[in-house]
Design a protein around this ligand. Structure first.
Ligand SMILES: Nc1ncnc2c1ncn2[C@@H]1O[C@H](COP(=O)(O)OP(=O)(O)OP(=O)(O)O)[C@@H](O)[C@H]1O
Length: 312
């Protein structure tokens, strides 16, 4: 099996409104796949179809090579799913809920309890074990929902905006957990509208806008567009600016709050990269920061989303 998740021509109408257009998702085994798109792009609708909560209007879905919805029960044994609005069992305590979810996933009672104990600690709700779900904050509920997705040690995790209610520290912790789960060999499909988050945790990405998949692939391959705008800080910004201003390949240059922003003619990037560091070294100027002005993923988003709008 080449792909853990594969859809062909996946399409969804709500009434006459076409919400998802001919989606061909391909999620290879072992990747952290970021399903990235703005509010209303169709992420949740797609995820609901992947988990058989919603029927496609047409198109095919295969998970582990098996067809949804026909093989749903068999497939879902190996899938941990965390919905956007988690948890319905509001009157259960966390322990009861997680043990119950473990039992539903086919674990023996003892194993379910053992997993519950370990996962409550893992997601940071150990002290709240006997609290009812309805007494929790939305971030705490999201942590419990994450534990619930992990309860049967799934091969594939499908997470719908899992960090939406987490505080900044919770987000950092969560990203660390996703990275280590991927190292264990799990495949993770995670939706988000936050570029920086996807950049930190995902090595594969699918960009969705207005129900259309506009790019898909390994982040490192998609982002090989050369940047022409850079942020620079040196130990002598004045001199560095003076040097750059004289160069014909520098299209624009200005300094803002101690950072030089330079825009280079893309045809002469090689010259810029060769000459600028050489000059700094010759003058004993130290380079403190040198980075593309926009992050690579942000750049492809801006490019692709514009293309999408033009072709409408
Ligand atoms: N049951 C429904 N009936 C009609 N329209 C719907 C239904 N569910 C979703 N939609 C519409 O489908 C579009 C996509 O919604 P969806 O929730 O999939 O987006 P999303 O990418 O998950 O957005 P967000 O980031 O805000 O969660 C929206 O325009 C929404 O209004």
């Amino acid at each position: 099996m080449e792909h853990v998740i594969e859809t062909k021509d996946l399409t969804k109408f709500f009434g006459k409104r076409n919400i998802i257009y001919h989606l061909d998702l391909k999620v290879p085994k072992g990747v952290v796949y970021g399903f990235l798109g703005p509010n209303g792009a169709g992420k949740t609708t797609t995820i609901k179809m992947l988990t058989a909560a919603l029927r496609p209007t047409y198109g095919e879905i295969r998970i582990f090579g098996l067809e949804i919805p026909q093989k749903r029960v068999e497939i879902m044994k190996k899938v941990g799913y965390m919905p956007e609005i988690p948890i319905a069992y509001e009157d259960m305590t966390i322990v009861e809920f997680l043990t119950y979810m473990g039992r539903l996933s086919g674990l023996k009672k003892e194993k379910a309890m053992e997993q519950t104990k370990e996962l409550m600690r893992y997601v940071g709700v150990g002290r709240l074990a006997l609290n009812k779900i309805k007494e929790l904050s939305s971030g705490q509920k999201q942590r419990v929902a994450f534990a619930s997705a992990l309860i049967a040690d799934p091969e594939l995790l499908i997470l719908d905006e899992p960090t939406a209610n987490l505080d900044p520290l919770g987000r950092i912790e969560f990203i660390g957990k996703i990275i280590s789960l991927a190292k264990e060999g799990k495949t993770i499909f995670v939706s988000s509208h936050i570029v920086s988050e996807v950049e930190k945790m995902c090595n594969y990405v699918g960009l969705i806008n207005q129900g259309r998949l506009i790019a898909q692939g390994r982040v490192s391959e998609l982002t090989q567009i050369e940047e022409t705008e850079y942020d620079i800080i040196t130990s002598d910004n004045g001199k560095a600016c003076e040097f750059l201003r004289e160069k014909p390949y520098v299209r624009e240059i200005w300094e803002e709050e101690g950072t030089i922003r330079v825009q280079v003619d893309p045809r002469f990037l090689d010259e810029f990269f060769l000459q600028f560091p050489k000059y700094l070294t010759s003058q004993g100027i130290r380079l403190k920061l040198f980075r593309p002005h926009t992050s690579p993923l942000e750049r492809i988003l801006m490019e692709k989303f514009n293309i999408g709008e033009e072709s409408d």
